[in-house]
Design a protein around this ligand. Structure first.
Ligand SMILES: NC(=O)c1ccc[n+]([C@@H]2O[C@H](COP(=O)([O-])OP(=O)(O)OC[C@H]3O[C@@H](n4cnc5c(N)ncnc54)[C@H](OP(=O)(O)O)[C@@H]3O)[C@@H](O)[C@H]2O)c1
Length: 240
């Protein structure tokens, strides 16, 4: 599959899963804007990605998905710079793991604003551009935690369960415009996202495994829409 001529925005593209997704899209010829809050990490990511695609194919944009004006600026900036938009990957996300009793209101808001409202802001800003192209892709990075709630993760699990519902409703709204919407639910992935547990974490997914799912989705023929994908480590540590 080639993505030459296609333009993508990957939120949270400065490290972890988002960085791998950006690399995979660039390697297939797309031009890619990556967003994140830390300018230093964005710069490092842009340097890291510079040799992957054609010259000038990476555009780092500092943008906090919790603020709709910043998200709109990022989408408009990417579409203006590259001449349109075909793919939006809503990947930016945070996890703060505490019991409900211990979670502060600010922590709750940070999770919901990033993992859920940020996706709404991105989709809302991107849809006119995708329609102008006659179609495209919106891929939302959810989590298996959306379907398997666990203690000390009520806010995170709720944000991702709501994201699944949002994705499915949006998918039905825009499918006849040629816009395909999917959500990907990874299990445990080797990134900085969650605190490391003692012992080897070789069993976890690589961020590249999730990126592979994203590019495989985009490669599907237009008649088909794999709208939800679960991906989990094939051999996690046995329980008990
Ligand atoms: N790792 C896992 O085990 C796992 C499993 C299932 C699902 N996921 C999901 O996969 C996605 C990526 O996770 P990851 O493991 O790659 O996390 P990560 O390594 O912590 O990277 C998160 C990325 O999002 C950016 N980000 C965070 N808050 C942001 C904000 N408010 N606005 C814009 N960008 C923001 C970060 O950059 P800055 O900090 O500079 O903003 C960074 O680029 C998340 O949605 C997560 O819920 C992860």
């Amino acid at each position: 599959m080639t993505l030459t001529g296609k333009v993508a925005v990957v939120t949270g593209g400065s490290r972890g899963i988002g960085l791998s997704i950006a690399r995979a899209l660039l390697a297939r010829g797309a031009r890619v804007a990556i967003t994140a809050t830390s300018e230093a990490r964005l710069r490092a990511a842009a340097d890291d990605l510079a040799g992957v695609g054609e010259a000038g194919a990476v555009l780092p944009i500092q943008s906090d998905v919790r603020h709709h004006a910043e998200v709109e600026q990022a989408i408009e900036g990417a579409a203006g710079h590259f001449g349109g938009l075909d793919i939006l990957v809503n990947n930016a996300g945070v996890g703060l793991f505490r019991t409900v009793a211990d979670m502060s209101v600010d922590e709750w808001r940070r999770i919901i604003d990033t993992n859920l409202s940020g996706v709404f802001y991105g989709c809302r800003a991107a849809l006119p551009h995708l329609r102008a192209r006659g179609g495209g892709w919106i891929i939302n990075i959810s989590s298996l935690a959306s379907k398997n709630p666990f203690p000390e993760a009520a806010a995170y699990c709720a944000s991702k369960a709501a994201l699944n519902a949002f994705s499915e409703a949006l998918m039905q709204e825009v499918r006849y415009d040629g816009i395909r919407v999917a959500h990907v639910m990874p299990g445990s992935v080797r990134t900085d996202f969650a605190a490391r547990r003692p012992g080897s974490d070789d069993w976890r997914l690589s961020p590249d495994d999730v990126a592979q799912v994203v590019v495989d989705l985009i490669a599907h023929p237009p008649r088909s829409l794999p709208s939800a994908v679960e991906i989990r480590p094939s051999q996690p540590p046995r329980k008990g």
